[in-house]
Design a protein around this ligand. Structure first.
Ligand code: 1HE
Length: 257
């Protein structure tokens, strides 16, 4: 891999740790960083079972590096947007679930990156915004497809038309994050969740990442059939049979309230 020096990639046991490391520019994403995200998710080591994306400094990510769009013409702009689509597609439909550990600004392309992840953990310093509207531009990193799936078209339209900023609590309430934790602890929570996810059967994680979002977009009768196929494939795996047997024999944890 030929990674930008503004991103750190490390494997901590089964967890791939991906840190945006450009705090002086609030982790704004330039072309090299976007391409590095693509490379990392195309080349994850086999040992990795979960990934965590997080940011250095006071903010998760300030979005697109605005210094890069000054000189772009329309075709270059389109291919640039497509490069984000490719990188975030590799993340969303890659081999492992990805958790975004959020703090500070999660804005513009930063929210597009977070919305491609499977789980978002926000700490209380987090705020979400889509300042593209006020900069005279539009989302280009897949935000118009992914963000309405989290919060609905009307809330996204409001964010872009009025510059509305959602603070952490409100963001969790409307669905921008699934978890909210005290300031400074989003990475710890993400690690805790990552360990739980890593203990799932890999085929279940695969079905959740690759089948569930597609089923949600299928017509119901197609969705039911896809679900039946996925259900039978996961059940037939030896690991699933062992896990069910362990429960029936009293060796597996019960669901705790
Ligand atoms: C940047 C960027 C950036 C900071 N591109 N350089 N995103 C935005 O419109 C958000 C723009 N950023 C901000 O509103 C603020 O920087 C923050 C709220 C995120 C953080 O504020 P603060 O006070 O901590 O930092 P700062 O003083 O504003 O910025 C520190 C430096 O980072 C400064 O550079 P310096 O050389 O003067 O030190 C800033 O210029 C630089 N910086 N954000 C470039 N985004 C695929 S399409 C996606 C479309 C978008 O994402 S558009 C939305 C872009």
């Amino acid at each position: 891999m030929n990674l930008s020096s503004d991103i750190d990639f490390q494997l901590q046991d089964e967890i791939a740790m991906i840190k945006l490391n450009r705090a002086s520019k609030r982790n704004a994403l330039n072309d090299e960083l976007v391409d590095s995200i693509r490379q990392i998710f195309e080349n994850l080591p086999k040992q990795a079972k979960v990934a965590i994306v997080y940011g250095s400094g006071d903010h998760f990510c300030a979005g697109l590096d605005l210094s890069e769009i000054k000189e772009r013409d329309a075709p270059e702009g389109m291919f640039h947007s497509r490069s984000w689509h490719t990188a975030l597609d590799r993340l969303q439909y890659g081999p492992v679930p990805v958790i975004a550990a959020l703090h500070g600004a999660v804005v513009g392309g930063g929210l597009e990156l977070a919305s491609a992840c499977h789980i978002r953990v926000a700490d209380e310093s987090t705020f979400f915004a889509l300042p593209e509207g006020t900069r005279g531009i539009f989302v280009g990193g897949g935000g118009s497809v992914r963000i309405p799936k989290l919060i609905g078209v009307s809330r996204m339209m409001d964010m872009m038309m009025t510059g509305r900023v959602y603070k952490a609590q409100e963001g969790e309430r409307v669905g921008l994050s699934q978890y909210i934790v005290p300031t400074g602890s989003s990475l710890d929570k993400a690690l805790e969740l990552a360990k739980r996810i890593a203990s799932n059967a890999p085929l279940t994680n695969y079905a959740l990442m690759h089948a569930l979002p597609r089923i949600a977009e299928q017509a119901s009768d197609h969705g039911f059939l896809t679900e039946a196929l996925m259900s039978s494939i996961t059940q037939s795996a030896p690991e699933a049979k062992k896990r069910v047997r362990d429960f029936l024999e009293g060796h597996a944890a019960k669901v705790q309230a």
